[in-house]
Design a protein around this ligand. Structure first.
Ligand SMILES: Nc1nc2c(ncn2[C@@H]2O[C@H](COP(=O)(O)OP(=O)(O)O)[C@@H](O)[C@H]2O)c(=O)[nH]1
Ligand SMILES: [Mg+2]
Length: 205
């Protein structure tokens, strides 16, 4: 009998102020839906799932949406648990949502990715289809990215899907790379334990 191998599950979280377009981005990317009012009453934990091939490997991407919880000062730590990539989102027409990125990035680093300069994070400047009221320039956004560990930056639209494939392709590769790194560390830890056990046995002899 051929054993069924479960696909690799990768958890990608979306973070940013309320109203920047996180839910719309996910619904456009996963289900080609805009506007996305039918999802507003979903109950957390809240994620959408999409199968994909990343670096020739079959994976299931779980996209986690804070689903309104970002209204509060912080999101519960368990929501962040076992994340493999964070997609930060702000609205290019809303300076305040850009100012909040520092807070979201810090929360994300504190909760899951502890290495500030090597963490699987990307940034989306959303609503480019509506850029006439723009309050944040791309240069300003790129400067933020350079100062925070060279975060890749994409200008997106949930309305017409601009750059969503590119952004989520990068997010998926980051997530897979991060998962592989965690697996390697776990293997390394296991071998450390076994060396320790051998040494302990030697002491007993
Ligand atoms: N023009 C435009 N409107 C958007 C875009 N993304 C989201 N919106 C609108 O912005 C509002 C907030 O979007 P929503 O997805 O609920 O934001 P969330 O709170 O971050 O999940 C809704 O009225 C959306 O229709 C976009 O790319 N372009
Ligand atoms: Mg939402």
């Amino acid at each position: 009998m051929v054993s069924k191998r479960t696909k690799l599950q990768l958890k990608i979280i979306l973070l940013g102020d309320i109203g920047v377009g996180k839910t719309s981005i996910l619904n456009q990317h996963v289900a080609q839906l805009f506007p996305s009012t039918q999802f507003v009453t979903r109950i957390p934990p809240d994620f959408l799932v999409k199968d994909a091939t990343v670096n020739d490997r079959q994976v299931t991407l779980q996209f986690w949406d804070p689903a309104g919880h970002e209204r509060f000062e912080t999101i519960h730590k368990p929501w962040y648990r076992r994340s493999h990539c964070c997609v930060l989102v702000y609205d290019i027409n809303n300076e305040k949502s850009f100012q909040s990125l520092k807070k979201w990035l810090k929360e994300c680093h504190d909760a899951c990715f502890h290495d500030m300069h090597n963490s699987p994070v990307i940034l989306l400047g959303n609503k480019v289809d509506d850029g006439e009221k723009r309050q944040v320039t791309p240069e300003h956004a790129l400067q933020f990215c350079a100062e925070n560990g060279n975060i890749p930056y994409f200008e997106t639209s949930a309305k017409d899907a601009t750059n969503l494939q590119e952004a989520f392709g990068t997010a998926a590769r980051f997530a897979l790379g991060y998962k592989d790194m965690l697996n390697k560390l776990a293997e390394h830890d296991k071998s450390l334990v076994s060396v320790e056990q051998v040494n302990r046995k030697k002491v007993c002899w």
